[in-house]
Every structure is written in C-alpha cells, then in structure tokens.
Design a protein around this ligand. Structure first.
Ligand code: HEC
Ligand code: HEC
Ligand code: HEC
Ligand code: HEC
Length: 150
C-alpha cells in the first residue's frame, strides 16, 4: 500500500470515529426505543392534558340536546365544532363552561354564501335571509329544521 492510501484511509477512519462520538452526544437516549423517533415523546404526549370529549360523553348530562342533534341535519357536526374543546367542562361543568355563540356570524362561518364552498352545501345570503334575526330564533342549532329553541 502506498502512503497516500494510508493517509486517505486515516481521513475516513477519523471522520467515522468523529461521527460516532458526536452522534453519541446529540442523539437523545430513548431514540430508537420503539422506532425511528424518541421513545420519550410517546410518554410526554401521553402526559398532556386531554382537550377533547366526544358527543357520547356530552350525552350523559345533555341527553335532550344529544337526541335532537343525533336525529337532525347537524348530526355530522360535532358538539365541539360549535362549543369548542370541552374535556375540562365534562370533568367540572360548573367551574369550566363550554363556549356558546348564538350570533348570526357564527352560523355564517359555515353557511354564508361563498363560491368556494361545494355548490350542494346549504348556503344562504347573510344580508337578507331571516331579516337580520338571530338564526336560532327560527332554527334550533341542535337540529336546524326544528323551529327555534335550544
Ligand atoms: C351547529 C352548532 C351546534 C352544535 C353542533 C351543537 N350545539 Fe349546542 N348550542 C349551539 C348554539 C348556537 C346554542 C345557543 C342556542 C341559543 O342561544 O338559543 C347552543 C346551546 C347549547 C346548550 C345550552 C347553553 C345555554 O344557553 O344554556 C347546551 C347544553 C348545548 N348546546 C349542548 C350541546 C351538545 C351536548 C351538543 C352535541 C350533542 C351540541 N350542543 C351541539 C350550537 C351547537
Ligand atoms: C358531567 C355532566 C356534564 C357533561 C359530561 C357535559 N356537560 Fe355541559 N353542562 C353541564 C352542566 C351542569 C351545565 C350547566 C352549568 C351552569 O349552569 O353553570 C352545562 C352547561 C353546558 C353549556 C352551556 C354553557 C355553560 O358551560 O354554562 C354547554 C354549551 C355545554 N354544557 C356543552 C357541553 C358539551 C359540548 C359537552 C360534551 C363535550 C358537555 N357539555 C358535557 C354538565 C355537563
Ligand atoms: C361547523 C360548521 C357548521 C356550523 C357552525 C353550522 N352549521 Fe348548519 N350545517 C352544517 C352541515 C355540515 C350541515 C349538513 C349539510 C348537508 O347535509 O349537506 C348543516 C345543515 C344545516 C341546515 C339544513 C340545511 C339543509 O339544506 O338541509 C340548516 C338549516 C343549518 N345547518 C343551519 C345552521 C344554523 C342556524 C347554524 C348556527 C346556529 C349552523 N347551521 C351552524 C355545518 C354547520
Ligand atoms: C325568520 C326565520 C329564519 C331565520 C331568522 C333564519 N332562517 Fe334559515 N331558513 C328559514 C326558513 C323558513 C328556511 C327554509 C326556506 C328557505 O330556504 O328560505 C330556511 C332555510 C335555511 C337553510 C337551508 C338553505 C338551503 O338552501 O338549503 C340554511 C342553511 C339556513 N336557513 C341557515 C340560516 C342561518 C345561518 C341563519 C342566520 C344567519 C338563518 N338561517 C336565519 C327561516 C329562518
């Protein structure tokens, strides 16, 4: 073997050793515990407080609204789409309230006429429909073809 070959080999070997040394410092200890990610991230995510509760949980305490909702045109819209993330409300309903927004603008977020919405999605002209009255005067939000009420 020529000297030059040995030198080139030394460069590669040094680079490989350096790589392994640096790697041992920067790769988090639990990396690869399960797969190509930090094992600790699973435990950290599990410890985050839950934010969401689904409609079957709401049903325990709001069965009338649940029944209206599950049989009506809004049954594909989750309770939380309108009332916000409500996990902590379900645990302590008196202390933590769920959001309630009965404004026209709120319903308009989904139903205002807008050319970018699918043509067969029910849309209304916000300026004229319902003569400026709150939508919930005529549409029960939990089952919008039921007249009024909560
Ligand atoms: C499309 C939006 C929408 C969905 C979906 C929806 N709600 Fe509502 N909810 C409203 C609005 C708006 C009001 C306020 C009605 C009013 O002011 O007349 C309301 C009122 C309520 C209230 C009474 C609040 C008060 O004024 O005391 C409860 C309880 C409630 N909803 C629970 C639920 C539950 C449980 C579900 C799911 C099964 C659900 N809602 C689904 C929009 C919605
Ligand atoms: C353990 C019983 C319980 C569960 C579960 C529960 N709620 Fe409630 N909820 C209540 C009580 C009690 C009130 C009345 C609170 C008050 O008058 O201060 C209330 C009130 C509300 C209100 C009126 C606004 C407020 O907070 O005062 C809304 C909206 C609501 N709940 C939505 C929901 C949704 C959505 C769910 C499911 C994610 C849900 N609730 C699950 C007991 C519950
Ligand atoms: C998060 C989006 C969303 C919000 C907010 C919302 N809706 Fe809806 N709404 C829907 C969806 C989805 C449908 C079902 C559409 C379908 O069947 O094609 C629907 C259906 C309806 C229908 C029946 C339309 C039909 O042609 O059968 C009415 C009426 C209605 N909503 C009124 C309201 C009112 C009033 C509010 C406010 C209290 C409201 N919506 C808030 C998404 C929403
Ligand atoms: C004065 C009562 C009244 C008020 C207030 C009202 N509506 Fe209506 N809405 C109706 C009636 C009646 C219909 C069915 C006839 C029609 O399409 O005009 C209807 C139909 C609808 C439809 C179905 C449209 C379609 O083409 O399928 C949607 C969506 C709707 N309303 C949403 C709303 C929203 C959102 C608000 C508030 C911004 C609202 N409505 C306020 C009475 C009302």
């Amino acid at each position: 073997m020529r000297k030059i070959h040995i030198r080139v080999a030394m460069v590669y070997i040094t680079a490989a050793i350096l790589f392994l040394i640096i790697r041992s410092f920067v790769v988090p200890p639990t990396f690869g515990e399960y797969d190509w990610y930090r094992g600790d991230s699973v435990r950290e995510i599990m410890e985050l407080p839950p934010q969401h509760a689904n409609a079957t949980v709401c049903k325990d305490c709001h069965s009338e609204r649940y029944d209206l909702w599950s049989g009506g045109a809004h049954s594909t819209v989750s309770c939380e789409s309108c009332h916000g993330p409500s996990y902590s409300h379900t645990k302590d309903p008196i202390i933590v309230s769920a959001n309630v927004d009965n404004s026209r603008e709120f319903c308009g977020l989904c139903h205002a006429q807008n050319p970018s919405r699918p043509a067969d999605f029910p849309q209304i002209d916000m300026d004229t429909h319902g003569n400026g009255n709150l939508c919930v005067v005529c549409h029960n939000p939990h089952s919008p073809w039921v007249f009024g009420g909560e």
